[in-house]
Design a protein. Structure first.
Length: 455
């Protein structure tokens, strides 16, 4: 590297490798973290942002004075925004309401326009951040959509840069690569390079519950039943990006939102490394796989981004309590499920008639049910709202359920304390869905369920 860089873009890459000591205690072998927070945008996405833009320039897709459009959770947008500042482009980014406020604020700091879209809609839905960004590319003159999910310049950047760095920093001794999988560019590009150097290297992807990757890898089935809302940021998807090379990735390991959040905090407090949510997921997944390692192994874990992006979430005690991620004594949702107080989730497809929903609720004596679309949870319906709709318009019984459905019930982990559940159930949110990841079942808890155990 030059002693003095001509622009900030020249200092992207060449990030340090740091040994992990405390959070990986008990893991055989050497565990090394590739700290991508040292990039100018504080994330690994800077690498592929430069590559995607420069490839688009060479192909004539991005012209001087043009506008870069992208759907992003924040980190890719930051990388693109930095490059845009240096090269003189405008930026419009779409993101989801699941992402932290800090990420959107950071994008705006670089002069980008940020449009927030709903999370819990299908990618094909015109309101999704994928669809909105595609529409804007057609409407905005002289614009280009980066399309990080399917743009293979993403994985190429890591094949040509990140992979060789890891090989060089470990003197070729790396035996395992562990990384969260979102767009798939990092793990696929790095993994392909490392396997070309040594085919015995194992590439393990970290997935989250609510994402489709793991089951697709293991069965070849794209199962929409696997898709539901989750909190973890930066990994997992409800579709299959072209950058995810399932041939390169040997195994996917799923990590719960809670375990990812708690480990994200532990990394800062026990290693002194201020990393983001996907790093917490990656280390938590590594610990779940610790019996697979030997003392001779050298495991490299990718730390994708910086903890400052999550100050309002994983590093906020109040937010952690609201999500039920802090352990508390007393009865939990697991106790309600075990005692039979709560029932397994009852749902109906959104295209079914309202009359069918009434019949289903009556047959099972349920006051509320969940609404699905192609087996994916998209809404809910409770008897109070249903009654009001039918009284106002009796013909509503012949309409599809989706025409009168309400927002989907929130998801919580089965270890969530009952006293926290009681605060989440309100007049506008009459039920909470509880996910038991070990049994792969979802249960519904209502106000009456909680009353029965409190009296």
């Amino acid at each position: 590297m030059k002693k003095i860089a001509d622009t900030i873009l020249e200092v992207i890459g060449h990030t340090p490798m740091v040994r992990l000591n405390r959070v990986t205690k008990g893991v055989k072998g050497t565990v090394l973290a590739k700290i991508e927070t040292f990039n100018p945008g504080n994330s690994i996405k800077d690498r592929m942002a430069v590559r995607m833009i420069e490839d688009a320039e060479r192909a004539g897709k991005l012209k001087p004075g043009g506008t870069i459009i992208e759907g992003t959770s924040g980190n890719t947008g930051m990388g693109l925004a930095i490059v845009a500042v240096v090269k003189g482009y405008k930026c419009i980014f779409t993101t989801t309401d699941k992402q932290s406020k800090e990420k959107a604020d950071a994008l705006r700091a670089f002069g980008a326009e940020v449009i927030v879209c709903p999370t819990n809609v299908d990618p094909e839905d015109p309101r999704s951040y994928y669809s909105v960004s595609s529409r804007l590319e057609k409407e905005v003159p002289n614009s280009w959509k980066a399309n990080q999910y399917d743009n293979l310049s993403n994985s190429a950047a890591h094949y040509e840069q990140t992979g060789p760095e890891i090989w060089d920093q470990t003197d070729g001794r790396v035996t395992h690569l562990v990384a969260g999988v979102g767009t798939g560019g990092t793990i696929s590009g790095v993994g392909r390079y490392l396997k070309e150097k040594n085919p015995k290297i194992k590439v393990w992807g970290i997935d989250t519950y609510g994402s489709v990757f793991k089951k697709y890898k293991e069965t070849g089935i794209f199962d929409k039943n696997e898709i539901y809302p989750y909190i973890t940021e930066g990994i997992g998807e409800d579709f299959l990006p072209k950058n995810v090379d399932f041939e390169v990735i040997d195994h996917f390991e799923k990590v719960t939102d809670k375990d990812a959040a708690l480990m994200t905090r532990r990394i800062a407090r026990e290693e002194g490394i201020f990393a983001g949510n996907s790093a917490g997921s990656a280390v938590a997944g590594l610990l779940q796989l610790k019996d697979q390692f030997t003392t001779a192994d050298v495991i490299v874990v990718i730390f994708h981004d910086h903890g400052s992006r999550y100050l309002g979430k994983m590093f906020n005690d109040e937010w952690m309590r609201e999500k039920g991620f802090f352990e508390k004594s007393g009865m939990t949702a697991r106790d309600l499920v075990a005692s039979g107080v709560s029932g397994e989730l009852l749902s109906i497809e959104s295209r079914e008639r309202v009359a069918a929903a009434v019949k289903l609720m009556s047959a099972h004596d349920f006051s509320q049910i969940s609404i699905t679309r192609d087996a994916r949870l998209v809404g809910s319906l409770n008897e109070t709202h249903l009654y009001a709709q039918l009284v106002t318009d009796p013909t509503a019984k012949d309409q599809p359920v989706e025409s009168i459905m309400q927002p989907a019930f929130p998801f919580v982990d089965i270890s969530t304390p009952v006293d926290l559940l009681s605060t989440m159930i309100t007049p506008t949110t009459p039920a909470v869905l509880v996910r038991d990841f070990k049994t792969d079942k979802t249960f519904i808890i209502t106000r009456s369920d909680i009353i029965r155990v409190l009296v």
